[in-house]
Design a binder for this molecule. Structure first.
Ligand code: XLS
Ligand code: NI
Ligand code: NI
Length: 436
């Protein structure tokens, strides 16, 4: 078999003192942290689109990256070689999972029937690679945003024919995800939004998006697909405004259309900042609503206003994120998918390894720090203490709905000004620093 990454041997854990750039310093898959191994906690996934199909193009220029698995004019030959390269990469890196869009693994043909045949051919091979390597599918999805037919959206398209096309693509993508034992399926509304209100019937588009999702829920039952459905919020890009703006918007939308039971959220760090939130806010809001499902682990650049999809490298952020994730019970079907790409000038195949090794290590460190914070219970006690009034007489009465405005007014008239307590933010930030 051709080796596509001949210069790289399987990546091993060598510990914090190692100077080997092709080794993990913190990610030790077998190390047990709070009762589970690091591999079980972190459930790392490599994404197919950026890692194997991304060639460094941007708004100002075509790709800069040349890969040996692209070296053919036959698109299915390229698809075959890429799949083989991908599984070599997954196993050398030692990740348990991968994620893909239908169009990443097999290119579109001239019509849907032919396109689906191409998919079937690749999926059969992927299934064999999965069985041989033990690498599993974290989630699958459809690309209903790149082709020109989707220029005005998929489920929110003004044309019912395009809606039908999108439904057909999702149907097939769900089937192949099921065939590959996918643990989830993601809906990212790439162009489900608008560019100008002058041509947009917003209420109708929202209704249609919900209809499409309801059909997917029905079809999931029909084919017995057991994976978890996720919505991935993003506020803008490519459209000016996307309906799945942020976690809060998605949750309200799902509740309005009675879909909340069938979905969780896939939170992407860079999408959070595009929505003027931060990654941890989106995780915490999802967790507070019982809807934290999976994560697209990446980072943006505060000075660039778009989805730069860089690899995560901020230990403060991964520590706080893992703290929230662990507090919410940890991942079940979800995991940490590196929806990130190397920079345009990182043209060597080895750069793909450096990117993932660093990202896995920074999340492993985050996990270790978060576990220590949980064991110490210091932050837990601070929060407990801050809300302790709610365990007193008045708090209990309010929470159990025994009192209303009249009783609360009487309480206030009797007791006067409430006693205040410090939020201690600086103290707590110092405490957090002491863990890093
Ligand atoms: C794009 C999204 C996309 C989804 C999957 O910004 O992050 O890659 O994760 O369609
Ligand atoms: Ni994403
Ligand atoms: Ni993104």
């Amino acid at each position: 078999m051709t080796e596509y990454f001949p210069n790289v041997k399987p990546i091993k854990y060598e510990g914090p003192d190692s100077k080997n750039p092709f080794a993990f310093k913190h990610y030790d898959p077998k190390q047990v942290v709070l009762g589970k191994t690091m591999a079980e906690h972190l459930r790392f996934a490599v994404c197919y689109w950026h890692t194997f199909k991304g060639l460094g193009s941007d708004q100002f220029g075509v790709g800069t990256i040349i890969r040996n698995y692209n070296d053919s004019s036959d698109p299915m030959k390229v698809a075959d070689m890429t799949l083989q390269a991908a599984f070599e990469f997954f196993t050398k890196l030692g990740v348990g999972f991968w994620c893909f869009h239908d169009r990443d693994i097999a290119p579109e043909a001239d019509n849907l029937a032919e396109t689906n045949k191409r998919l079937d051919a690749i999926v059969a091979k992927a299934k064999k690679f999965q069985a041989d390597t033990g690498v599993k599918l974290l989630w699958g999805t459809t690309n209903a945003f790149s082709h020109r037919r989707f220029m005005a959206g998929a489920g929110t398209n003004p044309s019912p024919d395009v809606f039908a096309y999108a439904a057909s693509q999702i149907k097939k993508a769900m089937e192949i995800t099921n065939e590959l034992g996918g643990q989830g399926y993601v809906f990212w509304g790439g162009r489900e939004g608008y560019d100008t209100l002058l041509n947009t019937d917003m209420g109708r588009e929202l209704d249609h998006l919900a209809l499409l999702l309801q059909m997917a829920v029905d079809y999931k039952k029909k084919i017995g697909f057991k994976g978890q459905f996720y919505i991935e919020p993003k506020p803008k890009e490519p459209t000016k405004h996307q309906y799945d703006f942020d976690a809060g918007n998605c949750i309200a939308f799902l509740q309005k259309y009675n879909l909340a039971q069938s979905f969780k959220l896939n939170i992407e760090a860079n999408h959070a900042t595009l929505a003027s939130h931060d990654f941890c806010h989106e995780l915490a809001l999802s967790a507070a609503n019982g809807m934290l499902g999976s994560v697209d682990a990446n980072r943006g650049d505060l000075l660039l206003g778009w989805d730069t999809d860089q690899f995560p490298n901020n230990i403060y952020e991964t520590a706080e994120a893992m703290y929230i994730i662990l507090k919410a019970g940890g991942f079940t079907t979800g995991g940490l998918n590196f929806d990130a790409h190397v920079r345009r000038q990182s043209i060597d195949p080895e750069d793909l390894f450096h990117a993932h090794i660093g990202a896995m290590d920074v999340f492993a460190r985050g996990l270790k720090i978060a576990a220590k914070m949980i064991e110490d219970k210091k932050f837990e006690k601070v929060v407990e203490n801050r809300y302790k009034g709610w365990s007193g007489d008045l708090g209990k009465k309010i929470e159990s709905k025994q009192v209303g405005f009249d009783e609360l007014e009487a309480h206030t008239l009797k007791n006067g000004e409430p006693k205040l307590q410090s939020g201690q933010q600086e103290l707590l930030e110092n405490l957090f620093n002491s863990y890093i």
